[in-house]
Structures are given as structure tokens and as C-alpha cells.
Design a protein around this ligand. Structure first.
Ligand SMILES: [Fe+2]
Ligand SMILES: [Fe+2]
Length: 164
């Protein structure tokens, strides 16, 4: 594989693991502030990001290249509110989408068709992830500071993620 492509994919492994770590921190914050449903949702999200990293690791090794694990920065663990947690999650997803777009552009440019095909899954996944994050920001915005609305939303989030 082209060295630049290989480096970009390695960076993406770290980015997915960093997202996983950030979502774990968000889950802990939510749990600590008595939002068990949202905390569980975020924990599942954290696991999903780990799966994304695993998929990239498998792809890099399948292409007979070396995976180099980078340092993962300490995630933010202080938030203003539940809403700010989900806004931050949306920021993460948007930044991740931008990174994947950049990798896709590189794969196209160097005519690495296999990587292009691999990244297509990630492109579709990001559409889903951004949509979900946007919906959740809108829902927590609507709930505002209303305790009963927050309780209902938290409960809805816990049932949403029991099967996945
Ligand atoms: Fe991801
Ligand atoms: Fe994600």
C-alpha cells in the first residue's frame, strides 16, 4: 500500500479509538449525573467506535501493512449539561466525517480502489452517525431543563440501545 495511504489509515485507527475513549468519558459523566439511559447509549457508542478501529486494523493487516498504534489523548470529562455532551458527540462525528472524506479523496487520487471500497462503508456509517447525533441534540434541546422531559428522554434512550 502507498505509504501516505497507510499513514492516513493508521491515523484513522487512532481517531476511532479516541472517539471510543471520548464516548466512554461521556458515558461516565452521564452515569454520574443520573442519566443511566443516555449513559448506556454512550457506552454502546463507545463500543461501536472500537469496532470501527478493529475493522481498520484488520484491513491494514490484510493489505500486509503494519499497524502502528498512536497515543490517544485524554478525553474531556467535564461537561456543562447532557445537551453539551451530545453537542460534543456531534462535533466528534462531523470531524470524523471530514477525516474520512480526506482519506477517500487520497484513495481516489492514488487509485487505491480497494481502500476506496473499504472507505465506502465508513462514509455511509458517518451519514447514520451524524443523523443520530443531530436527532439527539434536537431532542435534548427540546427537553431543555424540564426534569420530566429529561427523564422520559433518558428512559427512551436506554430502551433504544438494549438490542444493539
Ligand atoms: Fe467510527
Ligand atoms: Fe462515530
Amino acid at each position: 500500500m502507498n505509504k501516505q495511504m497507510q499513514d492516513a489509515l493508521n491515523k484513522q485507527v487512532a481517531r476511532e479509538l479516541s472517539a471510543s475513549y471520548s464516548y466512554l468519558a461521556m458515558s461516565l459523566y452521564l452515569d454520574g449525573h443520573n442519566f443511566p439511559g443516555a449513559a448506556r447509549w454512550m457506552e454502546v457508542q463507545s463500543e461501536e467506535e472500537r469496532t470501527h478501529a478493529r475493522m481498520l486494523i484488520e484491513y491494514i493487516t490484510d493489505r500486509n501493512c503494519e499497524v502502528i498504534l498512536e497515543t490517544i489523548p485524554q478525553p474531556t470529562h467535564v461537561f456543562e449539561s447532557v445537551l453539551s455532551v451530545f453537542k460534543s458527540a456531534l462535533d466528534h462525528e462531523q470531524a470524523n466525517t471530514a477525516a474520512i472524506h480526506e482519506m477517500y479523496a487520497l484513495a481516489k487520487e492514488i487509485e487505491d480502489y480497494a481502500t476506496e471500497a473499504k472507505l465506502q462503508w465508513f462514509l455511509s456509517e458517518q451519514v447514520e452517525e451524524e443523523k443520530t447525533a443531530m436527532d439527539l441534540v434536537a431532542q435534548w434541546e427540546r427537553a431543555g431543563e424540564e426534569p420530566s422531559a429529561m427523564l422520559i428522554l433518558d428512559q427512551a434512550m436506554s430502551s433504544e440501545r438494549t438490542t444493539s
